[in-house]
Design a protein around this ligand. Structure first.
Ligand code: SAJ
Length: 418
């Protein structure tokens, strides 16, 4: 059975590009989002997130009538669930958005439909989603009970696109397709083939869930190694950037870059889904999370030491006379995304601590977020350099690579000057 109508539940950083990719291949796509404002923006052919090329694709899809957004689900042949899966206070996964998506789509499901969970999820979440669907629709059969011949097919196909390159990576990346049965996987591959040019590799739903978590935990553990090295090297008075450059000349060594901590919505979150399922076993993964989460505080302490040093060298000045400039707020280079950013955390903490002036240089935003706007000033690059006593480099934005500090105290968390 072919897929005439595809519904994407959750029109965020993954859902909207995915909906647009199907629509660009002339599939009828119904995008569903709980936020009326998001729905209205999309129906005007505009977008509410920053992602290169997405605006053009959405505009064309809406204008040509292939993509339409709504707040309440309608019948479709395939449903892709791309809602957030954050963690709670105790680092336990919060599946309430998946549950809400299930409640929304269950009434419109019909025999032959395919439901795919795309959200990054703890192992077992797809089976749980299928259970929730089954209890909402006892009139239909599901793979956990009816196996290959179920009325509804269910699969997990995690996204693995890089923010900033989503439209290209959605098409080119290989796709892990985890079916609850082999016919669920087969149907899912058929659906993704609409636009995926990479390979679609079939496995079961639990392995697909663990695969996505593993990819991001791998990266987190490796960044933690670099971050731990940076702290050790600082103590031993060794330049960690030179050290990593030298060590990486070994043919089988490839150390990542230290930084002020790990941000974004994936790498700092997903490893906790492994830890929460197997707390006694995931020792390295948990420690890596802690190493990366501790790094912002370590940077703050370095700035405090720099203030003390500055006052020692300038005994005629008081703390109130010291101006600090933070360079970069985004969670990584050359993007405008400030959410879950260690640079934001450090800047906030410095603003709370410091009695003198706080400047922020962030070329990718026009104004400071509300929690900083009263206590810090957004300034241009040269103003930040020339008017500050202490320069704190938190993101390696391309604009910062040409700065030459002129005698100020410099905290370089990204190795811009090494
Ligand atoms: N970081 C370092 N040192 C490094 C590399 C990264 O400190 O050597 C920091 C970054 O500054 C940033 C954080 O780690 O704060 C995460 O950045 P990232 O570029 O590693 O990853 P994201 O969050 O932009 O996107 C990741 C991607 N995953 C991997 O590269 C393994 C992407 O492919 C995933 O689809 C995405 O997470 C996701 O949705 O899971």
């Amino acid at each position: 059975m072919s897929f005439e109508t595809i519904s994407v539940i959750g029109l965020g950083y993954i859902g909207l590009p995915t909906a647009a990719a199907f629509a660009a291949r002339k599939k009828k796509v119904i995008g569903v989002d709980v936020n009326q404002q998001t729905v209205d923006i999309i129906n005007k052919g505009e977008i509410h997130i920053v992602e290169p090329e997405l605006d053009m694709v959405v505009h064309a899809a809406v204008t040509e009538g292939y993509l339409r957004a709504t707040t309440s689900p309608e019948p479709a042949d395939a449903f892709l669930v791309a809602v957030p899966t954050p963690f709670k206070e105790n680092h336990e996964p919060d599946l309430s958005y998946i549950q809400a998506a299930v409640d929304a789509i269950a009434p419109v499901l019909k025999q032959g439909d395919l439901v795919i969970l795309e959200s990054t999820s703890p192992v077992g979440a797809t089976e749980m989603m299928a259970e929730w669907l089954a209890s909402a629709r006892p009139d239909l059969t599901f793979p956990q009970d009816a196996g290959e011949n179920s009325d509804i097919s269910v699969a997990h196909c995690p996204e693995r696109v890089l923010p900033g390159h989503v439209m290209r990576e959605l098409v080119e990346n290989d796709r892990i397709v985890g079916g609850m049965t082999s016919s669920c996987a087969r149907r899912s591959v058929e659906l993704y083939r609409t636009f995926v040019e990479g390979e679609c590799i079939v496995t079961d739903a639990r392995t697909a869930e663990m695969c996505k978590l593993t990819e991001n935990a791998f990266r987190d553990v490796n960044i933690a190694f670099a971050n731990e090295l940076s702290v050790i090297c600082d103590k031993l008075d060794i330049n960690v950037w030179e050290l990593i450059g030298l060590a990486n000349r070994h043919p089988r060594v490839s150390i990542l870059q230290p930084g002020p901590g790990v941000g974004g919505h994936c790498i700092a979150v997903d490893p906790w889904f492994i830890v929460s399922r197997t707390p006694d076993l995931a020792k390295l993964i948990k420690t890596a999370r802690e190493v990366n989460d501790d790094k912002p505080e370590w940077v703050v302490e370095k700035v405090k030491l720099a203030i003390a040093k500055f006052l020692q060298v300038n005994p005629n000045k008081s703390v109130k006379d010291v101006t600090i400039a933070c360079f970069g707020l985004a969670f990584k280079a050359d993007i405008d995304d400030l959410r879950e950013s260690p640079a934001m955390e450090i800047t906030r903490k410095l603003c709370d601590y410091h009695a003198g002036e706080m400047l922020v240089v962030e070329p990718n935003v026009d104004s400071l977020p509300s929690d900083l706007s009263e206590i810090a000033s957004l300034v241009g690059l040269m103003e930040g350099v020339n008017q500050s006593d202490i320069l704190v480099f938190l993101v390696d934005h391309k604009e910062f690579k040409f700065i030459t500090p002129v005698g100020q105290e410099v905290i370089d968390t990204r190795g811009l000057f090494s």
